[in-house]
Design a protein around this ligand. Structure first.
Ligand code: KIV
Ligand code: ZN
Length: 387
């Protein structure tokens, strides 16, 4: 594995993730999550948007003081005061990064800034220069790059790299792109920006069409080497690329040749910590970290799973820090699952006994959504009473 194939994991749970309505964290909670993210092995923590509030400023400052090795990043607009404030908040960071940028789509240029492409290009270069006065590591974001004209985007990227940007972030801010379109956009930059070898390309994808993870993966296949993501896919509107998904896709598809520094066994624990601290429940069917991600409930799947787990699981639960898979008993379950659950309770019934029990089990299962151990104990007693 060569260093060129390392995918840098830029976690923005504490910035884009924290923008979710109803999810407010205090500084102590943010510091705790940052320490967990560092232990998880992410490369960069976007700790907040320091100019946005005194609380966010304080959180970025405290995180910069608390973590050891990880890069700490602060967001800013292409505004001098924002950049100065970000630099101040990052003053104690061992590895500080300022993330600055501006909208580059014609829609943003006209509607948000009432400006022109040429003026925006100048502002892009200017904000990188300001940030370079404070830190070496400057990431530039071209907001709404997903809907930005490729030729113009390439000019902006070339100019900001010349001004000293070390990372160029290509956000699909509105989650608009299809994976092949996003991949082609990254490939266009790789092939048309003469100084692109002097910076890392970053994917920052939103999930408005459910494509944030697919787009980020298309981005790295096309040449990007950083993914911006959040734990549990939290983020503005429908969220961001989910950290656990990209890490496990990269592991599962080792043939792509990529790797990350993330310790997969910490994925489930950190998902719980973030969900509990932010008070944002994880949907049960969420990939990797949802409560059903390793549950099997239909008879066909349960039978196959009990013969060989790999028939219905591409990831072993322990690999991502989940204790074990679950065989859930519902009216769709079969005899082998029922016998398995009885064995777990200490009953080793014969085939004929399981046949008898199965009919009674179906009656209970039709009434209840899920048959629990206490129901099984009662069923077992019925069999004992019949003799
Ligand atoms: O979605 C986006 O464009 C952003 C930028 C501020 C990086 O979050
Ligand atoms: Zn975003």
């Amino acid at each position: 594995m060569t260093a060129q194939n390392k995918i840098h994991i830029f976690d923005t749970t504490l910035r884009d993730g924290e923008q979710v309505p109803g999810c407010k964290l205090n500084t102590a909670e943010k510091v705790e999550i940052a320490l967990q993210l560092e232990a998880l092995g992410v490369d960069i923590i976007e700790a907040g948007f320091p100019i946005s509030s005194p609380g966010d400023f304080q959180s970025v400052r405290e995180i910069a003081l608390a973590v050891k090795e990880v890069t700490v990043c602060g967001l800013s607009r292409a505004v001098q005061k924002d950049i100065e404030t970000a630099a101040e908040a990052l003053r104690h960071a061992r590895r500080p990064r300022i993330h600055t940028g501006i909208g580059t789509s014609d829609l943003h240029i006209r509607a948000k800034f009432n400006s022109t492409r040429e003026e925006i290009l100048e502002r892009a270069v200017q904000c990188v220069r300001w940030a370079k006065n404070f830190v070496d590591d400057v990431e530039f974001y071209a907001e709404d790059a997903g809907r930005t004209d490729d030729e113009y985007l390439a000019r902006v990227v070339e100019a900001v790299i010349r001004a000293g940007a070390t990372v160029v972030n290509i956000p699909d801010t509105t989650g608009y792109c299809l994976p092949h379109q996003y991949g082609e956009k990254i490939a266009f930059l790789v092939n048309n920006v003469p100084n692109i070898d002097r910076a890392l390309i970053s994917c920052h994808c939103h999930n408005d069409l459910g494509l944030a993870t697919a787009n980020a993966i298309a981005g790295i296949i096309a040449g990007a080497r950083q993914i911006e993501c959040t734990v549990n896919g939290l983020g503005e509107r429908a969220g961001n690329t989910s950290l656990e998904e990209v890490v496990m896709i990269i592991r599962q598809h080792a043939h792509l040749g990529f790797f990350t520094g993330v310790e997969p066994r910490q994925l489930n624990p950190i998902s719980r910590i973030v969900s509990d601290t932010m008070r944002m429940p994880v949907q049960p069917n969420k990939a990797i970290v949802g409560s059903n991600a390793f549950s099997h409930s239909s008879g066909i799947h349960q039978d196959g799973f009990l013969k060989n787990a790999q028939t219905y699981e591409i990831i072993a639960p322990e690999e991502v820090g989940v204790d074990s898979s679950k065989i859930v008993l519902t009216a769709r379950s079969g005899r082998s699952a029922l016998a398995y659950r009885f064995r777990k309770l200490g009953y080793d019934f014969t085939r004929d006994e399981v046949d008898v029990l199965y009919q009674k089990f179906l009656q209970v299962a039709d009434q209840k959504k899920e048959v629990q151990d206490t129901d099984l104990q009662e069923l077992a007693q019925v069999l004992v009473a019949i003799g």
